[in-house]
Design a protein around this ligand. Structure first.
Ligand code: H91
Length: 592
């Protein structure tokens, strides 16, 4: 191993802790100081046309020194390899942290975003643009401080800062419109766009523009995407097919159609049903109607006659069954109200959302209130995190964030003693390799679709928002509290003992073997190939063409206080959002 000779003079090499595109990242210890480092290892022969990317990154990192940028310490080049010795960030990716919390509170988002901003402002001040800003490229150090990594796509235009770039790069979901259009653009401006996406992800826990289909995603980013619900409603209203309707709206003539589309969209944004009213429906403000003057709230509820909208936020639902809710009588009226699938609805009932009901209580307006009849489906836009929700509380009980895991601490201690760190993956069939059943159908994509469907069937979810909840919630399904006596049945060498960490999903289970077998039973059903090593399952998915699309590890571990079993999860390769969906699907499918 000539290539490693020089490196091994100065560093003790431990396990692979990650992969980044064409590189492998290993944990190591700098012998003289005893400090842990991360070493990015690249094979020059495998790099091919990507070699300039590596040079770009090295050049940039040599010029950048900032508290929120991963520090480059040492570069070694041999005949076949390039080694980059980098600051070790044991706190994991910002991406994993966000999903473990669902989303960040405004306070925490502010702390996190300020660090990103200071790193990116510094990068720009030095004449660079990062061009691949995303939560996967921000890691936490042991003090929970963020460090920006992966400068392989960064650009330093020669000459002035206003030099326009041409290369389209980075992750589509975070890419600025000018960049994906192939226009020339300013690198720093493209970074600012990505930071906007990042801020959205921090606060919402999902992407603002997201689609499985690349073309559809492209359209959304360019705002040339028309909202499906609004188009449907307008198509039904105008008795046009969707395509004709889309073409007409896309003319953007700022006529009545433009107004109706935009106002309908504005309603949707505010969480209201995407419904058009019949043109004969008056917008007269109710309090001006003489008849309404002395009516009590109850009178108003019972009287169709007085159900004059006029309220900015008067809403309607299709459920006419509620008591005391007036149903429009006019046949013509009923006929025109439609469900969003384009079919005529049977009975449509005017209802009020909470704010309107409150106004009613303040005896101002007339319309028939229905308590808090907000349609979940329409909450497609960010809701800032509120102090403590029920589910949040539940999660907090289940997971306790910690800055770095036991493994890294053990490694650090051992490094200081000069002992190589071995990551024991012992117990149940220790060191015996068990290969999972490899399904002939390895369509990762179908897994995603199934997942979506499964969740849709499970619980009504918000459209456009998270398809699934937190990993912890997924695990609620596998919660089975086993008796202590059953635990005795488990193998002699138990799973690794780990401290709570946001990459560790806590269960209420006490039997690791049972959880392990449950996960192993679920993986093939999700088209995930795996190799078992002790309590660690090394998982991967492949495309139809046999390309490895994702690699990750699931490790059943033992937690203390509470003394329960957990699952450590680690993404090694693949799209972070696809990984999130898949792992949540796996965990929520575990039935013990
Ligand atoms: N993602 C986009 O996997 C997939 C822990 C870990 C700890 C690290 C320090 C530096 C880097 C990675 C670390 C790391 C990329 C690092 C720095 C630069 C760089 C690259 C990596 C992965 C790559 C591996 C990362 C996480 C993100 C672990 N990683 N485990 N300390 O270019 Cl500048 Cl590729």
């Amino acid at each position: 191993m000539k290539d490693y000779d020089e490196l091994l003079k100065h560093y003790e090499l431990y396990e692979t802790i990650g992969t980044g595109g064409f590189a492998k990242v290993k944990l190591a210890c700098h012998i003289l100081t005893g400090e842990m480092v991360a070493i990015k290892i690249m094979d020059k022969n495998a790099l091919g046309s990507d070699l300039p990317r590596v040079k770009t990154e090295i050049d940039a990192l040599k010029n950048l020194r900032h508290q929120h940028i991963c520090q480059l310490y040492h570069v070694l080049e041999t005949a076949n390899k390039i080694f980059m010795v980098l600051e070790y960030c044991p706190g994991g990716e910002l991406f994993d942290y966000i999903i473990s919390q669902d989303r960040l509170s405004e306070e925490e988002a502010r702390v996190v975003f300020r660090q990103i901003l200071s790193a990116v402002a510094y990068v720009h001040s030095q004449g660079y643009a990062h061009r691949d800003l995303k939560p996967e490229n921000l890691l936490f150090d042991e003090y929970h401080r963020l460090k920006l990594i992966d400068f392989g796509l960064c650009a330093k235009p020669k000459g002035n800062k206003d030099y326009h770039l041409q290369t389209c790069c980075g992750s589509l979901a975070y890419a600025a419109p000018e960049l994906i259009q192939g226009k020339s653009y300013l690198g720093s401006e493209a970074d600012v766009w990505s930071m906007g996406i990042l801020l959205y992800v921090l606060m919402c826990g999902y992407l603002p523009f997201d689609d499985d289909n690349v073309m559809a995603l492209y359209k959304k980013i360019m705002f040339i995407h028309l909202d499906d619900d609004c188009v449907t409603e307008l198509s039904v209203h105008h008795r046009n097919n969707r395509q004709t309707m889309e073409n007409l709206i896309s003319l953007w003539q700022y006529d009545h159609l433009t107004a109706t589309y935009l106002l309908l969209l504005a309603k949707k944004v505010r969480g209201k049903p995407v419904r058009l009213r019949h043109p004969s429906f008056s917008c007269t403000y109710a309090s001006t109607t003489p008849k309404s003057k002395n009516l009590s709230l109850e009178d108003m509820i019972m009287s169709d006659e007085h159900c004059v909208a006029g309220l900015a936020d008067c809403e309607w639902c299709e459920d006419g069954s509620s008591t005391g809710v007036a149903t429009p009588q006019t046949p013509q009226f009923t006929k025109h109200w439609t469900e969003s699938n384009g079919l005529e609805s049977k009975s449509l009932t005017p209802v009020l959302c909470r704010e309107s009901a409150n106004k009613l209580k303040n005896k101002e307006n007339v319309c028939t209130p229905k308590p808090a009849a907000r349609n979940e489906e329409y909450f497609a836009y960010p809701e800032p995190k509120t102090p403590v929700s029920k589910s949040q509380h539940k999660r907090e009980i289940l997971t306790t964030p910690n800055h770095y895991s036991a493994s890294s601490k053990v490694a650090r201690n051992q490094c200081l003693k000069g002992t190589p760190v071995k990551t024991p993956a012992n117990a149940a069939g220790a060191d015996k390799l068990t290969t999972g059943v490899i399904s002939p159908e390895r369509r990762c994509r179908s897994v995603e679709l199934d997942l979506h469907q499964a969740h849709m069937e499970d619980t009504p979810r918000r459209k456009g928002t998270k398809v699934f909840g937190s990993l912890e919630r997924g695990l609620d399904k596998v919660i089975t509290v086993l008796t202590r006596s059953k635990r005795k049945g488990s193998t002699k060498d138990g799973p690794r003992r780990l401290k709570p960490h946001y990459n560790v999903t806590t269960t209420r289970l006490v039997n690791p073997d049972q959880l392990l077998s449950e996960i192993m039973a679920v993986l093939p059903k999700k088209h995930v190939d795996f190799v078992q090593k002790g309590y660690t399952l090394k998982c991967q998915t492949q495309s139809d063409f046999g390309k490895v699309t994702m690699q990750f590890e699931l490790e059943v571990c033992q937690l203390q206080k509470p003394d329960v079993v957990g699952i450590r999860r680690q993404r090694l390769k693949g799209d972070a959002w696809v990984y999130k969906r898949l792992v949540e699907d796996i965990l929520s499918s575990c039935k013990v």
